[in-house]
Design a protein. Structure first.
Length: 322
């Protein structure tokens, strides 16, 4: 076999392995790691979990890399002399009616001098890693707002006043954040989850979220949820890395060289995807054919793409109409 043939076989088998591992697991209550901004999405995560698409191969690969990094962080803590206990320990939180409303698994606890603090490890793309310098920075990104909520549920569920976030960029760098239990924020989380579970019991979905930009990026949009918004039929992609590339591309238009590199990556990523929503961006494209006569007469085809940032004005106008 030639080198190219072996490479093709490696790529094929890697794709098959990742596709076989990509699964959606049944969810019966709110999951601590997946409490997003929309109650209706959380409801569908439980009621329509079978309709949720499995991760694509590249996202599954990042999940596996995250697992490897989590194990490495535990190993480092142990090598540095810390006592790591209760790794992957399940926990649950019950509502006022005594029924379970939240479940989850903590990465572990660091035991030292009489305290046992829960910690959560997160693996981020190096570009995103550089943007997160405190726990509140997660709130800059819609997809990351669930991370602070996750730690709040861990601390409340484990009856701890503090927790520790450990971030890594998959390049050996680490950031450490102390997270204080915020009773006001935790109460809001608990009330939301109680409300969602009440809706599940009644088989009545919660109201649509007022911010339609959330709908545009939601897996349930167009599958099981149909809010009255303008963009219909677009493929919804949850890919923080390509979303960050789009945001960075907008920031670096003045820097032509770096923008061109990102532009090439973005165009290659969205080729043959005619209608896509990624975060705040709506990307459309079409295959264009040109007939060339100047030299050797021939037809050429290329992918023509348009990227536009989705503005908030249309949302504001719709809310006025309501």
């Amino acid at each position: 076999m030639t080198a190219n043939e072996i490479i093709q076989e490696i790529e094929k088998r890697r794709l098959q392995r990742l596709q076989a591992k990509a699964k959606v697991f049944r969810q019966t209550v709110c999951r601590a790691s997946d409490i997003g901004d929309c109650d209706r999405e959380i409801y569908y995560q439980i009621v329509n979990w079978k309709d949720r698409p499995a991760p694509d191969p590249e996202l599954q690969a990042r999940f596996e890399e995250g697992i490897e990094q989590h194990q490495r962080i535990r190993k480092e803590l142990l090598e540095d002399g810390f006592d790591v206990v209760e790794a992957e320990q399940p926990f649950e939180i019950k509502g006022r009616n005594g029924k379970v409303i939240i479940t989850g698994h903590i990465d572990g606890k660091i035991r030292m001098q009489g305290v046992r603090l829960p910690f959560e490890a997160k693996s981020l793309n190096p570009n995103l890693f550089g943007q997160i310098n405190c726990i509140d920075d997660f709130n800059k990104y819609i997809w990351a707002r669930k991370f602070p909520r996750q730690m709040q549920t861990y601390e409340f569920g484990e009856n701890e006043e503090e927790g520790i976030y450990i971030l890594n960029d998959c390049l050996g760098h680490r950031k450490f954040f102390a997270v204080q239990l915020n009773y006001d924020e935790t109460e809001k989380i608990l009330q939301r989850c109680e409300f969602v579970m009440d809706c599940v019991e009644k088989a009545t979905p919660p109201p649509f979220h007022k911010d339609y930009s959330l709908c545009r990026r939601c897996w349930a949009f167009g599958r099981v949820c149909a809010p009255d918004i303008e963009i219909k039929g677009a493929e919804i992609i949850e890919d923080p890395e390509i979303e960050e590339a789009l945001n960075r591309h907008e920031e670096l238009k003045a820097s032509v060289r770096e923008a061109n590199v990102l532009d090439k990556r973005i165009k290659e990523y969205f080729e043959n995807r005619p209608d896509v929503i990624v975060g705040d961006f709506h990307i459309t494209g079409q295959k264009v054919k040109r007939h060339l006569k100047a030299t050797e007469e021939r037809d050429i085809e290329f992918w023509q793409m348009k990227t536009e940032r989705i503005k908030g004005d249309d949302k504001d106008e719709r809310e006025k109409e309501d």
